[in-house]
Design a protein around this ligand. Structure first.
Ligand code: SAH
Ligand code: SF4
Ligand code: F3S
Length: 476
């Protein structure tokens, strides 16, 4: 179901070089990213910082002087994949001792010096707020010492660093508007790996959007763990200490999105992730007002049962969530809605699981990322609740929601049959070089014959057939 949809988890990407080194130092970096779009966006910051210091990037790890893995810690299996990869790189290092291996991102932050000391797998460990320190850390590692910086910051947003775009299509850019998360959902490791929430100066966000547009990009996705809580108050003041008057004079997410939408009517705007407890009607009205803001909301529900939601510390009930869905449907009747679901959270009963099924039936999502619960060290849930749903039950519940979602996705794609939909072309289809792929406003993947069309163009596609994940048609 995830074909040609960006998987939130565990994807590998090499780098493509688009920006020349300043004064080349002859050293080549191979950078691999796992995890969410935030991590991919961070890798673009990392590449930019190192290119400025004279490094170049390579797509071939065998010729690299540095291998960096930007890692994810969200579930156990995400970490296992990285460990496996590290074993492979360790073998290469045996025959090439000068090779430096670095672990960046969330797993680095979670395990800190453990990867250096106990496991002796790596030379450099860097947390998500310490990338400016990379040139120093590399220099330290080159002298044979272990290098680590996992200090989290309350201010760092890398606002002044213009990222080196590493995407493959040159059409859609991911732009971080905030970092960290203050929510403390009990299952989640992100607050520990990414630190406190902080918003980025809207001016620097707008400049980045304009630069991307001028470089040919036609879509920006504004990224944050909880975009609805974006708030910029000038001077970098923290939200908690603002007076009501200062809050009134600050920029909230709805206002930021409007500013971005005004960059150009030809620049599509998307965002991720919305949080049901904070998503306002103001945001929905701005979405409805601008044609170039895509009609698509990713609104993770996690569970359809209020008791489970409370244990998850999500800050909303089933009823509240359904009310938010009602608002979306009222203000934007044709809005695509997707979600995240976790099955088998601590103590989840069969009845509680059925509430997730019934909620899914009620909402009928266009798309969903679905996971079985994976206990993470240090989280509230790990400290407070027993991870007591048997693995086979977690998996059985997961396959139930996956099957149900497939049916709903199929209903949604079928709905487009015989209709024409506007698509932004992203590139060649995975399945055939003769076909192009793009997305419509609702984020459905659309595939159609290539003709003389190019990525970055908008086309209207008449939909002739569909699968649960894809619309197939021809340009009209
Ligand atoms: N900030 C986003 C989610 C980021 S993590 C939000 O609040 O919605 C992406 C998804 O991973 C989450 O929505 C959740 O469904 C899943 N996830 C997070 N921690 C998990 C865990 N311990 N086990 C299984 N899935 C988890
Ligand atoms: Fe994790 Fe919750 Fe923050 Fe999302 S909102 S990153 S699930 S703590
Ligand atoms: Fe993973 Fe960190 Fe993102 S844990 S999902 S890479 S914020």
């Amino acid at each position: 179901m995830e074909t040609e949809n960006k998987s939130i988890d565990e994807k590998i990407q090499g780098t493509s070089l688009m920006k020349p080194s300043k004064i080349p130092n002859g050293k080549k970096l191979y950078l691999e990213s796992y995890g969410c779009q935030m991590n991919f966006s961070d890798s673009e910051i990392v590449a930019s910082i190192l290119i400025d210091k004279g490094f170049s990037t390579t797509q071939n790890y065998e010729e690299a002087d540095l291998i960096f893995m930007n890692t994810c810690a969200i579930r156990d299996n995400a970490e296992n994949r990285v460990r496996q990869r590290l074993q492979d790189y360790k073998k290469i290092k045996k025959s090439k001792p000068e090779l430096l291996i670095g672990v960046l991102g969330c797993m680095a932050e979670r395990l800190k010096s453990q990867l250096l000391e106990e496991e002796k797998l790596v030379d450099i460990v860097v947390g998500p707020d310490a990338y400016r320190d990379l040139p120093n850390l590399i220099a330290t590692a080159e002298t044979g010492q272990k290098a680590i910086n996992v200090i989290l910051s309350k201010e760092e947003t890398y606002a002044d660093i213009s990222p080196l775009r590493l995407d493959k299509n040159g059409v859609s850019a991911f732009i971080s508007i905030m970092r960290g998360c203050d929510n403390m959902c009990s299952f989640c490791v992100v607050p520990f790996t990414r630190g406190r929430e902080r918003s980025r100066d809207p001016k620097s966000i707008l400049n980045e959007c304009k630069d991307a547009f001028n470089a040919g990009y036609r879509e920006v996705t504004l990224l944050g763990q909880n975009v609805d809580s974006y708030l910029w108050s000038g001077g970098g003041l923290k939200k908690e200490i603002l007076t009501d008057e200062q809050k009134q004079n600050s920029t909230n997410f709805a206002q930021l999105m409007e500013m971005v939408a005004l960059v150009s009517p030809d620049l599509r705007v998307r965002f991720s992730t919305s949080h049901p407890k904070d998503m306002t009607d103001e945001v929905l009205h701005v979405m409805a007002k601008y044609e170039n803001i895509c009609n698509n909301i990713h609104l993770p529900v996690q569970s359809g049962n209020s008791n489970v939601l409370e244990k998850m510390n999500r800050g909303y009930t089933r009823e509240w969530y359904l009310d938010r869905i009602k608002s979306i449907r009222t203000i934007m009747p044709d809005c695509g809605i997707s979600t995240d679901v976790i099955t088998g959270f601590c103590g989840e009963t069969d009845e509680e699981h059925k509430d997730t099924i019934s909620l899914m039936n009620e909402v009928q999502y266009d798309f969903a990322f679905m996971f079985s619960y994976s206990e993470r060290p240090k989280t509230l849930a790990e400290r407070k609740y027993k991870d007591d749903v048997a693995e086979d039950i977690k998996k059985k519940r997961l396959s139930e929601v996956v099957d149900l979602q497939r049916k709903h996705s199929e209903l949604h794609t079928k709905k487009w049959l015989g209709k024409t939909t506007k698509v932004l072309i992203e590139g060649v289809s995975k399945k055939s070089d003769e076909m192009l792929m793009g997305r419509n406003s609702q984020n459905a993947v659309v595939v159609f014959p290539k003709e003389n069309l190019k990525p970055g163009m908008y086309v209207n596609v008449y939909v002739e057939s569909s699968t649960p994940s894809t619309l197939i048609g021809k340009v009209v």
